[in-house]
Design a protein around this ligand. Sequence first.
Ligand SMILES: NC(=O)c1ccc[n+]([C@@H]2O[C@H](COP(=O)([O-])OP(=O)(O)OC[C@H]3O[C@@H](n4cnc5c(N)ncnc54)[C@H](OP(=O)(O)O)[C@@H]3O)[C@@H](O)[C@H]2O)c1
Length: 250
Amino acid sequence: MEQKLKNRVGIITGATSGMGKAIAMEFDKEGAKLILSGRNSERGNELTKAAKNSIFIAGDISKPETNEQLVKAAIDHYGQLDFIALNAGILGLGSVIELPLDTWNTTLNTNLSSIFYLSKYALPYLLNSDIGNILINASIAAFKSFPNHPAYCASKAASIALMKQMAVEYAPKVRVNAMCPGPVDTPLLWDSAKAFENPKKAVENVKKATLLQRLGTPDDVAKLALFLISKDSSWITGTSMTIDGGIMNT
Ligand SMILES: NC(=O)c1ccc[n+]([C@@H]2O[C@H](COP(=O)([O-])OP(=O)(O)OC[C@H]3O[C@@H](n4cnc5c(N)ncnc54)[C@H](OP(=O)(O)O)[C@@H]3O)[C@@H](O)[C@H]2O)c1
């Protein structure tokens, strides 16, 4: 069967863990050439051994220069850029009263400004691709509130607004969409549970609250990412797709 991303070049942020890692492996299987981003060089370099056509660039995505460097690496190494998958994210836990200003700023810069930065530097090249594509990994937290997650919820909601704005501005050349996962079994989910008194029970409760009675896996989300990046979704833009085991419908 033909590979869905054969010789397509893309950047994946937050590729060193959880969903980003699963997206990298799924896209590698489908023939993509990848620039992988994260801060942890050990995990990043390990991943490049598994994803054959990939390069890892370490750096803090909340800084504009890191994003500029990722785009430059794609052009220098592969000579083109077809898609960016904006997946890196942090929680920045704490109530509005308690949240340090630093945490608010870091969370907004990591979850939201990084999307602006990477899109800004990548768009001139995406506009030259016949499948230019931007995919944001947002969250159901864009639509639903969680205690002690003010910076997270605000950044995810704003990322959906930015996604819609870019979909309008850069159509028809570039498609722009977002995924909104519910609870997915990654290190971030377990960190998120720390906002509750009994984290283990909180994860068990959230699992039971899904209609499908299980947590999502990183692979569940990677499959949706492949659909939204590939030509299979060629008539979809400006959309946020929930992937949540049905929890938003309870
Ligand atoms: N898990 C869930 O239930 C869930 C639900 C909805 C949405 N999401 C969203 O899905 C995305 C992926 O989350 P995950 O659950 O897979 O989390 P994860 O396993 O904790 O992975 C987060 C990734 O983001 C990277 N990252 C964080 N801050 C960074 C920074 N300043 N610079 C560069 N890279 C940075 C991390 O890289 P390093 O460790 O190398 O720094 C890591 O690769 C996030 O945007 C998250 O908000 C998660």
